[in-house]
Design a protein around this ligand. Structure first.
Ligand SMILES: Cc1ncc(COP(=O)(O)O)c(C=O)c1O
Length: 380
């Protein structure tokens, strides 16, 4: 959709993009300054494969102070974005035929990474009625003797759902009964949480050794282009990731790593400012979506996405007589007729919904939602 949107824009259309998954802010100045200094100080050579010790120390400190989690630097592996950390972790843990439980909707790359490792994705479907969260019973029902891994994000892309400490504890009760299962906890949106303080499933000591915690700098510090993420895991899993990365990409960009140290040492002021803006926009979009007949919407507790249920429009016709069959058709219709780029929910394993990112200015959001309302009103 982003690509199609750009093509239409190149032809002169005034496209508003609500399809991208990155903050619309610039990287804070103190982080950019650290990168410039790193160049001047000649941090231009290969770094250690799992990252500079100073960065891993800053990550250990962050995990202790912000999340109450104890890790040693030997348990941290820094990679080229959280995406590589996820992919490394899956490749290290999954053998061909192993089952990986993924609640839907999920971030697009999860199931493809599992395919690459020749694992088998087992989906637990959720809907807007449960705020897109799974229950312990649903988890238990999905587990077989082949289950090797469970992976999820909280706050979630694409739904913005956030698991509370109590909800995580109930899932942990299930994992305690199945010691062969690893848990990938993708916490990349941890700072964009409007509900309360971020809760990590790694805080539960009974399963901590099996949790592979994924995080990074892209979303919290508006550093998507720098490609900097990491995992924290047991020493055994971290060592396997180090070995794999040593034979593939080696240590990630030296300059980005020095910038990452400045990000973690520079406090959370810029993060809080960004979160305030997202919270204001969330209210704005929520009110506008609730004002559109036949759109079902919940209030996401984190990240910067809405995932409204638009299935009421399936089967309706546009002005040219084309029938909207599914979420992709609807996203395409909105792009062509309203000039608003969204993403069909089928990309995330849920065909009832579309994803709207509110990483856009207030004016753009108001105009986009006005156009969406008008366009949906024309479907009969
Ligand atoms: C849930 C989730 N995990 C991981 C990533 C990847 O982040 P990074 O830019 O650090 O690779 C994204 C990016 O969109 C994401 O939405």
């Amino acid at each position: 959709m982003t690509k199609l949107g750009r093509e239409l824009a190149a032809q002169g259309a005034n496209i508003i993009s609500l399809s991208v998954g990155e903050p619309d802010f610039n990287t804070p100045d103190h982080i950019k300054d650290a990168a410039k200094k790193a160049l001047d100080e000649n941090y231009t050579r290969y770094s250690p494969v799992p990252g500079y010790p100073e960065l891993r120390k800053a990550i250990v400190k962050k995990l202790k102070e912000e999340n109450g989690l104890d890790y040693d630097i030997s348990q941290i592996v820094v990679s080229t974005g959280a995406k590589q950390s996820l992919s490394n972790a899956i490749l290290c843990v999954i053998n061909p035929g192993d089952e990986v439980i993924i609640p839907t909707p999920y971030w697009v790359s999860y199931s493809e990474m599992v395919n690459l490792a020749e694992g088998k994705s087992v989906f637990i479907n959720t809907s807007i009625a449960s705020d897109f969260k799974i229950t312990p019973q649903e988890l238990e029902n999905a587990i077989t003797e082949k289950t090797k891994l469970f992976m999820f994000s909280s706050p979630c892309n694409p739904t913005g759902s956030v698991y509370s400490k109590e909800e995580l504890a109930a899932l942990v009760d299930v994992f305690e009964k199945h010691p062969q299962i690893y848990i990938i906890s993708d916490e990349i949106y941890e700072h964009i949480n409007f509900k309360s303080k971020h809760e990590s499933i790694a805080q539960f000591e009974s399963i901590k050794d099996r949790v592979i915690l994924i995080n990074g700098f892209s979303k919290s510090y508006a550093m998507t282009g720098w490609r900097l993420g990491y995992l924290a895991a047991s020493k055994e899993i971290a060592a396997a990731n180090d070995k794999l990365q040593g034979q593939t990409t080696s240590g990630t960009c030296s300059i980005a790593q020095r910038a990452g140290i400045a990000a973690y040492e520079g406090g959370l002021e810029s993060v809080h400012k960004m979160k305030e803006a997202f919270e204001r926009r969330r209210s704005l979009v929520y009110d506008a979506l609730r004002d559109i007949p036949d759109v079902k919407v919940n209030l996401p507790e984190g990240a910067f996405y809405f995932f409204p249920d638009v299935s009421a429009f399936f089967g309706r016709k546009d002005e040219d007589g084309n029938i909207i069959e599914n979420s992709s058709d609807l996203a395409l219709y909105l792009l062509n007729k309203a000039h608003v780029a969204t993403v069909g929910g089928d990309s995330f394993g849920n065909n009832d919904c579309i994803r709207l990112s509110y990483a856009a200015s207030d004016q753009q959001l108001i105009e986009a939602l006005r156009r969406i309302k008008t366009a949906l009103g024309k479907l009969k």
